[in-house]
Design a protein around this ligand. Structure first.
Ligand SMILES: *Cc1c(COP(=O)(O)O)cnc(C)c1O
Length: 426
């Protein structure tokens, strides 16, 4: 029986047996005990499933990974220490030195840096394309050594909405998987696998945790990309891994399990970006209320965006829930119940007035964070993008007057009153 999102959020991944705890137990143990060395050997050879060391697998983390996997409609999932680790692992699992990846240019700044600076140093080249590019522009970005296409459902902070079907189709025509970061939409508002995405990543730090408590990440494989059909492109999955007793992941774990099993067996083993069982438990608590919270975040953001759009001191508002947004129709198609709680807008009078406005806010707090239960906002020109001149800011799509406003779960009238009084003082 296919359960609906709300049910998976509270029950997914964990079905206690008679007399077992109702809530997911926190297995706070680095290691697990076995009766014979032979038993343990089978685990090391990946011939038997079980736990032996929490860098590779832990029951609490696995339970929450299963829940997120069910939410996304995937075949297998894993948790990572952060969203950064999730995106790094998802790409590095299939791209090596000498390979190439195509990515949307409208992605999280940390991911852009990871790709264009750090992974470039590892010998992987990236070509960035506009999320709004034509099919021809997208096609021309692919090369013979391209191993993946990457994008974000709703980009942080640009708030562009990706045409998922277009991107997935292009990736598949070129014989590579489409990896999508679904952090801002969450599976409550969008399930990219249903639209053709192959691998979904998350910074669970944002809405999934939702309370500003734990940094974390997740990767979900759809189990639909046929690695063996593109054997030459993906030797890491389709030929024996000498660092793991010569097993071939695509043969041993099949189409549903190859990607995540390789990612754990190689990348988690060697890089160790694990989420702690405590963090996974807190993430699980966050997931329980995700559908209720997303609805409120979106309701608040819609009200704030509509208020701002009518205000004389506001230069522009970016929110896909506004009919004036160029992404309104795309958002309606992929996210009929709402997009996310983040709105960005410009204040007339540029940098000076944006800074004044921020200082005047009383309910909204200035933070380098989004998707918290408490409303937070950031003025990129004086924080994350501080070193850039107004011209340089414009070149990366961030104007000097731009404010990124992440609506929390407060009463929307309180948020609007706070914004109104802060604008009145400038
Ligand atoms: C925050 C964020 C990340 C990075 O996640 P961390 O948990 O901070 O490492 C990646 N992608 C998106 C869309 C994000 O918003």
């Amino acid at each position: 029986m296919n359960k609906r999102i709300e049910t998976i959020c509270v029950q997914g991944g964990y079905t206690p047996k008679n007399g077992e705890p109702r809530q997911v137990p926190i297995i706070q143990s680095t290691t697990f005990k076995y009766d014979t060395s032979e038993d343990m050997g089978k685990l090391f050879d990946l011939e038997a499933s079980g736990y032996f060391y929490s860098r590779l697998a832990n029951p609490t983390c696995d339970t929450i990974a299963k829940r997120i996997c069910e939410l996304e409609g995937g075949s297998m999932g894993m948790l990572t220490s952060s969203g950064q680790a999730a995106n790094f692992f998802a790409v590095f699992n299939i791209a090596n030195a000498g390979d190439h990846v195509v990515a949307s240019s409208a992605i999280y700044g940390g991911t852009f840096n990871l790709f264009s600076v750090t992974m470039k140093k590892m010998g992987i080249d990236f070509t960035f394309v506009s999320p709004d590019c034509t099919k021809e522009e997208l096609d021309s970005a692919f090369m013979p050594n391209t191993k993946a296409l990457f994008g974000e459902t709703i980009a942080n902070p640009a708030l562009t909405v990706l045409d998922i079907e277009k991107f997935a189709a292009a990736a598949h025509e070129h014989g590579v998987p489409f990896i999508i970061d679904n952090t801002f939409a969450t599976p409550v508002n969008c399930r990219p696998i249903e639209w053709g995405a192959d691998i979904v990543t998350h910074s669970t730090t944002k809405y999934m945790d939702g309370h500003g408590s734990c940094v974390g990440g997740a990767i979900v494989d759809s189990g639909k990309f046929d690695w063996m059909a593109h054997k030459d492109k993906f030797p890491g999955l389709c030929t024996p891994d000498e660092s793991y007793h010569g097993i071939t992941y695509a043969e041993m774990f099949g189409i549903e399990g190859a990607f995540i099993n390789k990612c754990v067996a190689q990348l988690m083993r060697d890089f160790g970006c694990v989420q702690s069982p405590q963090s996974a438990f807190i993430l699980g608590l966050g997931l329980e209320s995700l559908p209720v919270r997303m609805a409120r975040h979106c309701e608040n953001a819609q009200a704030v965006a509509e208020f701002l759009e009518k205000h004389e001191k506001i230069a522009f508002v970016t929110y896909a829930g506004l009919p004036s947004s160029p992404y309104y129709e795309t958002a309606k198609k992929y996210m009929p119940n709402g997009t996310c709680g983040v709105v960005s807008f410009g204040i007339k009078g540029g940098r000076k007035n944006a800074e004044k406005f921020m200082k005047n806010l009383k309910t909204a707090a200035i933070e380098t964070h989004v998707a918290d239960a408490r409303t937070c906002c950031l003025h990129p020109a004086s924080a994350t993008h501080r070193q850039l001149s107004d011209e340089e800011l414009a070149a990366c799509g961030v104007s000097a007057d731009l404010v990124r406003f992440s609506c929390g779960l407060e009463n929307k009238d309180d948020l609007i009153e706070d914004i109104a009084q802060a604008l009145n003082q400038i």
